[in-house]
Design a protein around this ligand. Structure first.
Ligand code: HPA
Length: 273
């Protein structure tokens, strides 16, 4: 057994000492969506700091806990605050929380994030369903000894974002009258926003949105066989696409402006999952 799996088992024991809640769906909340976790029927919470061996988040505005509870009838575990590669953690630690939610029983994963719009058709406040991703700017979370208990050495990534779940997102957005774009998410390391040249590269390579998370989590989740989907909130036009300088405040403000719609969509997806 490899060290990483032992670490995961230690984390799992830590969480299981605090709750025996069995989630079906795991949800990762991006910027601006954080308070969604407070709106569900909460059964238990576990702070990341209470979990032995867990990488705890350092980003202001990211809370750092698992929230267990129900969205209508569906048992969920929500990551309120994710771990980012730019915080300095090894990739294996960045994806540890997602793997842990899988080991806690969740078989479906909904990823959300704030992202810069790269596609010229996108505007701030749009939602983009992630249809595929490009991770070549960041190391793979699967580098290192394979965790055989989770999945195979060379996992297939030809359909990371489940066709079934994408169908549910499309249908629910339409029923709610929420506009939905679709596209490819490219993960950058951050923490600096990209340069205009990097954004042109992203577009040339087929990227529609740029961000600093998510794709590595999706890859780790697919490795262990979870059914994955993702929605980006396009909070700004990416670097070089407007005269405006990029700053976290704008990202936060846009995310806050559309948070209610984002939450409605996420709720509807979970209810129909
Ligand atoms: N780039 C990367 N990450 C982001 C952006 C961006 O423009 N906006 C929100 N997160």
């Amino acid at each position: 057994m490899c060290n990483l799996y032992e670490k995961l088992e230690t984390c799992l024991r830590s969480v299981r000492a605090k709750t025996d809640f069995k989630p079906e769906v795991a949800l990762v909340l991006g910027s601006g969506l954080g308070d969604y976790a407070e709106e569900i029927e909460i059964k238990d919470t576990v702070d990341y700091t209470e979990i032995e061996g867990f990488p705890s988040s350092t980003v202001a505005g990211h809370k750092g806990r698992f929230v267990f509870g129900y969205v209508k009838e569906t048992p969920v575990v929500i990551m309120q605050g994710r771990v980012h590669y730019y915080e300095g953690y090894p990739m294996a630690d960045v994806v540890l929380p997602v793997r842990l939610m899988g080991l806690l029983g969740a078989r479906k994963l909904i990823l959300t994030n704030a992202a810069g719009g790269v596609n010229f058709d996108f505007k701030p406040g749009d939602f983009m369903m992630i249809t595929d991703h490009i991770t070549t700017n960041v190391p793979s979370p699967l580098i290192g000894p394979n965790i055989d208990e989770l999945g195979v050495r060379f996992p297939d990534m030809s359909r990371v974002y489940s066709e079934r779940l994408c169908g549910i997102i499309r249908r629910q957005a339409e029923e709610l009258g929420i506009g939905l774009k679709e596209g490819v998410y490219m993960q950058f390391t951050g923490p600096a926003y990209e340069t205009p040249a990097e954004i042109r590269m992203c577009r040339t390579l087929g990227g529609d949105a740029a961000g600093m998370s998510t794709a590595c989590e999706a890859a780790a989740a697919r490795h262990m066989g979870l059914e994955v989907c993702g929605i980006s909130c396009i909070t700004n036009l990416a670097a070089g696409m407007s005269n405006q300088k990029l700053d976290h405040k704008e990202v936060q403000e846009t995310a806050d402006r559309v948070a209610e719609q984002f939450k409605k969509l996420v709720t509807a997806v979970i209810e129909n999952i």
